[in-house]
Structures are given as structure tokens and as C-alpha cells.
Write a protein that binds this ligand. Structure first.
Ligand code: F3S
Length: 398
């Protein structure tokens, strides 16, 4: 791997032990994947989890004096001020303390505290053809497929290291020849809403494992939330850095162009039956629910508007807690547009900066939860779970 004099100096610790640790990680990854050199990036997104492994690396960087060289946004952890009113965080022992320290180290190294899992919509938007380093399940395929930026499926640590150095090893999705389709997915069912795209992602990720699917049979351009759900779920059940919908996504006008001469290794057919069975697999209960959690990935403004209209004139049943997670940016717009007031008038809560896989939901353990997100069901912090459309979640809460 070719390294410049500055790279060597960084590796030798001449610019501090934080940058040295970041460089060591990037070079190790580059060597493992036979990258010929490092390439500059414009931006990074670290899917900060606020958990032990996250704390371990960001603490090394922060204590070693590292600072982000390019815009590096962060994932949600928890809105400590908000949850402090509901639960005694200081009594939530180690998990809360680890999350708190992690968040502070990100701030110390100059990361942008966006705390959103959909940063590519507002706080950190790559351009077409731009090399970036993004982690987070929905982010990598969204950036590669919908925007046409170039990123590998980064881990929290490799994205953060790239943000500190401002470079990433040149391999994988940074090379045009690796962006061709590997599997054909024939969609023979109507995909009507965000939930059906979640189920499609869940099924395709599970069947494919890893690879680049090319979807045939999707004639209508998906909405942003449908894309997000597809991207997120393919990376819960599988490892999918990118996909093509010929004539709709940016890098292929035809199926032939999407495969670029590759012969598909797999063909997956998706009908009503596969989506129905996938939905059934997710349900672990049929009884009444105690809590509803939406916004995994974080709801965008359209979804906030849809939810506000569904809740208009309704009251959440006494004893049931109803939460919707979103980013601070989206919440601000939703407040100005009137959506937050409509949602809160029903008794539901709008929260920001928070991931559904965090200590702050521990008080829901044992309760029956409902969500429109198979990803939330997968990481669930509550007990038995029902998964359905947002309309079904609202209906179950009245
Ligand atoms: Fe976002 Fe956490 Fe779900 S990062 S996608 S709310 S698991």
C-alpha cells in the first residue's frame, strides 16, 4: 500500500497518539483489502452507538488529541435531559454512564452532534460521485444507490477514523467495477407503503446475505421513507452496500447496465406470499400492546406529517405509552409546521437524539410493544412484539 511521508509521520505518532490510532486502523483495513492507496473524503458519518466498543475507540482518539478533519456526523444515542425526567439515569449504572461518556468524547473531537440515523437527508448530504465514509444500516446503501456517493459499509470506528484523517483506503465500493449488480430480485407484488419496503428489505437481506441486488418489477419511484426502510432492513438481515433499480436509481438505466457484464449469482422472486410470511415471522404476540415505538430509522418530515394526521382528533389509550423518534432538525421543522403539536395533543411523545437500542428504554422490559419497524423489533428493548403499518400502530393505541 502506497503511503505518503505525511501518512508515515502520522503512523509514527508525530501528530499525536489519537491520529496515530486512526491511521493505524485505516492502514490495517487498507492492507487487508489490498487497497493500493488512501483517497481523500469530503465527509463521514459515525454510527455512534454509545456502547462499550464505541467508547473504547473514541476515548483513545479524544485522549490522544485527535480532531475531525472533515464533517463527521453522529448517530442517535439518547436524549439524557429528556429521559432523566422519566427514569433515574444515575441509577441506570454502567450502560448510561458508558453512553454519556461516549457522547462527550464525540463532542470533544469535533464531531457534529447531529444524533440522527438519517443524516444524508439534512445534516450531512454527500454529492454524486463524492467519496465519503458512512456507517449506519440505511446510510451506506442510501448514499451509494440513491445519491451516487461512494462509500464502503463502514463500521463506527473506520468511519470515525476516516473523519479524523480525512481519507479512506481505496477499495470496495470506491471502485466502479465493484458497484455492479450480483443478484436479480424479481418483485412480483405491489409495494404500497413504507412497511412493504421494510418487509422486502428484510426478505432480500436474509436470502442474499451479502451482494448487490438489482430489482426488476418496481416501476414506480419509491418515496424517501420507502427507500430508507429498504436500505435499513437489507442491512439488518444481510450486508448490502448498494442496490440498483434500473431507470430509477442513479447508476443504471437498464438491467444490463446494472449488472455491467456480471452474470447474476442468485435470482430471488418476491411475491405477496414472501412478504406475508416475513411479516408473520416478526410477530411474537397477538394480544393488546402496552407501548408503541415508531421512528427506527428516525422519522422524516413526511412521516411526521402522516402520523400527525393519523393521530388528529384521537387520544392515546390511558396506560399505553406512544413514542416517535426523529432527528432534532426534523423535529424543529415538524414543530414549525404544526405536526408536533398534533402528535402531542393525542398524548404521544416526540423525542430526538435517541436510538431505540439504548438503556433509556429498559423500563419497557417485559411490556408488549408494537412498532412499524422490523429493525426496532429485532433490537427490541421491550418484551413480546407486534409489527405492523403505522396505521395499524395508531389503531392499536386508541
Ligand atoms: Fe436509528 Fe437506532 Fe433504529 S440508530 S435505525 S433508531 S436502531
Amino acid at each position: 500500500m502506497h503511503l505518503s511521508r505525511e501518512h508515515e509521520q502520522t503512523l509514527n505518532g508525530e501528530f499525536g497518539s489519537g491520529k496515530q490510532a486512526a491511521m493505524e486502523l485505516l492502514v490495517a483495513i487498507g492492507k487487508a483489502f489490498d487497497a493500493p492507496n488512501m483517497i481523500p473524503i469530503k465527509r463521514a458519518h459515525a454510527a455512534s452507538s454509545g456502547q462499550e466498543g464505541d467508547l473504547y475507540f473514541v476515548e483513545i482518539l479524544a485522549k490522544g488529541g485527535a480532531h475531525c478533519k472533515v464533517i463527521t456526523t453522529t448517530n442517535p444515542i439518547a436524549d439524557f435531559d429528556y429521559f432523566q425526567k422519566l427514569i433515574n439515569i444515575t441509577d441506570e449504572h454502567e450502560e448510561a454512564s458508558v453512553a454519556w461518556r461516549t457522547k462527550n468524547y464525540y463532542k470533544q473531537i469535533g464531531a457534529v452532534m447531529s444524533q440522527s440515523c438519517i443524516p444524508y437527508l439534512a445534516e450531512n448530504i454527500p454529492e454524486y460521485g463524492e467519496h465519503v465514509a458512512f456507517s449506519e444500516s440505511s446510510a451506506t446503501p442510501y448514499v451509494n444507490s440513491i445519491i451516487g456517493g461512494l462509500t464502503n459499509r463502514e463500521s463506527i470506528q473506520t468511519a470515525l477514523a476516516a473523519g479524523v484523517i480525512g481519507e479512506t483506503p481505496e477499495y470496495g465500493m470506491h471502485l466502479k467495477e465493484n458497484r455492479r449488480g450480483t443478484a436479480l430480485v424479481k418483485v412480483e407484488t405491489n409495494l404500497n407503503d413504507g412497511f412493504s419496503y421494510s418487509l422486502l428489505g428484510q426478505y432480500v437481506g436474509k436470502k442474499l446475505g451479502s451482494g448487490i441486488p438489482v430489482f426488476a418489477g418496481i416501476s414506480k419511484r419509491p418515496t424517501i421513507d420507502q427507500y430508507i426502510n429498504l436500505c435499513a432492513m437489507m442491512n439488518v438481515t444481510g450486508a448490502v452496500p448498494m442496490f440498483h433499480i434500473p431507470s430509477i436509481t442513479v447508476e443504471a438505466k437498464t438491467e444490463q447496465e446494472a449488472f455491467g457484464g456480471n452474470v447474476p449469482k442468485d435470482t430471488i422472486v418476491v411475491t405477496d406470499r414472501e412478504l406475508r410470511e416475513t411479516s408473520q415471522e416478526l410477530q411474537t404476540t397477538t394480544g393488546p400492546v402496552d407501548t408503541v415505538i415508531l421512528g427506527c430509522p428516525h422519522y422524516n418530515l413526511d412521516q411526521m406529517g402522516e402520523l400527525a394526521n393519523l393521530l388528529k382528533g384521537r387520544k392515546i389509550r390511558s396506560g399505553l405509552s406512544f413514542w416517535v423518534n426523529t432527528s432534532a432538525t426534523t423535529k424543529l421543522l415538524a414543530e414549525r409546521t404544526g405536526y408536533v403539536a398534533m402528535i402531542e395533543e393525542s398524548g404521544a411523545h416526540v423525542i430526538t437524539d435517541t436510538c431505540i437500542d439504548m438503556f433509556c428504554w429498559n423500563n419497557l422490559r417485559g411490556k408488549t410493544g408494537m412498532t412499524d419497524s422490523p429493525k426496532c423489533a429485532y433490537y427490541r428493548r421491550f418484551g413480546p412484539v407486534k409489527v405492523g403499518t403505522v396505521q395499524e400502530c395508531v389503531a392499536a393505541s386508541a
